[in-house]
Design a protein around this ligand. Structure first.
Ligand code: VTB
Length: 323
């Protein structure tokens, strides 16, 4: 992408809002209906339709799955008619289960960067740790015990450990992590799904009450969160969990050489990045889609790494036929 003020990232930052808005509205129609697949499909096809209108030649690097498992927005699919070549990372509905149950923090998410800038990550787990901006480099370390990370963060924040809250996905695999964080004296906000939102929340502790994100979640979601962090600031480390020969082979096919590599947010999303997320269900940072009699209201954040601007866009959609 063209860099800096007046560059394409500046124009696209407004254009991509429509993409997540439209996907979020489509998904929101399935809120609380217990049908994860239908919600995801609706979001995906709406997102694809809108993305294809953009003045780009985009390649999906993080998408809805491999070509044989996802009918649209699969990894490698090219979108857009003409324009600069870009990488696209997306999740038309991040938090399918929370959407199906109408629980907080389901989002439609997209990140766009110049071709070759976003990590081509296999769909495996990634170990993740993230904190918000304003802390010295190295405040937390993916290889340090949770207790040490919590204590260092509390010190850097200037508060007792008891005032730190960690966000962790509520999964049996996190039992030991949860125990160590509690033993260290910190509180935990357990989430059912949606670690992209979880990591973004860690960048706004004043609003969300979350200081640190810890644990393993999807690697694709890790790249999306890294793209957001590049725009907001904050620190993140991620490491792919390649614990079987099959996963290693998959990573190898995607060009990953060092299986133990620790990725920073910059390693996962390089250069100028733009990121947008629209709330599907109500959440800590974004309200979900509201359906009125003749207006649909959406809340979106749009972020640009080159200016670090955070835009919050509330849209009232009246052209309901299109949505
Ligand atoms: C997380 C979560 C996603 O996948 O990345 C999770 O943020 C990881 O997989 O919303 P498990 O569910 O197997 O723990 C999602 O739930 C999306 O599927």
């Amino acid at each position: 992408m063209t860099r800096g003020a007046g560059g394409l990232d500046r124009i696209l930052a407004m254009e991509i809002v429509r993409v997540t808005e439209r996907a979020a509205v489509a998904a929101a129609r399935f809120r609380g209906r217990g049908d994860e697949k239908a919600a995801d499909q609706a979001a995906t096809s709406a997102m694809r339709q809108e993305l294809d209108k953009l003045p780009i030649r985009g390649t999906v690097v993080i998408g809805e799955g491999e070509q044989d498992e996802a009918p649209a927005l699969y990894v490698g699919e090219t979108l857009g008619k003409s324009g600069p070549e870009v990488d696209i990372a997306l999740d038309a509905l991040e938090g399918t289960t929370v959407c199906a149950k109408n629980l907080p923090n389901a989002l439609s998410v997209i990140a766009v960067a110049a071709k070759g800038s976003l990590l081509f990550a296999p769909n495996v787990y990634m170990q993740k740790i993230a904190i918000g901006p304003g802390y010295p480099a190295g405040t937390v370390d993916i290889d340090a015990p949770p207790k040490e990370n919590i204590e260092n963060l509390a010190k850097a924040k200037g508060v007792p450990v008891g005032e730190i809250t960690a966000c962790i996905l509520d999964r049996p695999r996190h039992a030991r992590l949860i125990e160590s964080v509690r033993k260290a004296g910190a509180a935990i906000k357990l989430i059912g799904d949606g670690d992209v939102a979880g990591i973004i929340h860690a960048t706004e502790p004043g609003e969300t009450g979350i200081d640190i994100y810890l644990g393993s979640g999807g690697a694709p979601e890790g790249v999306l969160a890294a793209a957001a962090l590049r725009c907001i600031g904050g620190q993140m480390q991620g490491r792919l969990i390649l614990d079987t020969p099959e996963k290693k082979a998959r990573a190898d096919r995607m060009g990953i050489i060092d299986f133990e590599r620790i990725y920073s947010a910059e390693d996962m999303a390089r250069g100028d990045v733009i990121f947008a997320a629209t709330g599907v269900t109500d959440g800590n940072l974004l309200a979900g889609v509201r359906f009125g009699r003749d207006v649909i209201t959406t809340d979106t954040i749009v972020l640009r790494s080159s200016s670090r601007t955070v835009r919050e866009i509330r849209a009232r959609h009246r052209d309901l036929e299109r949505l």
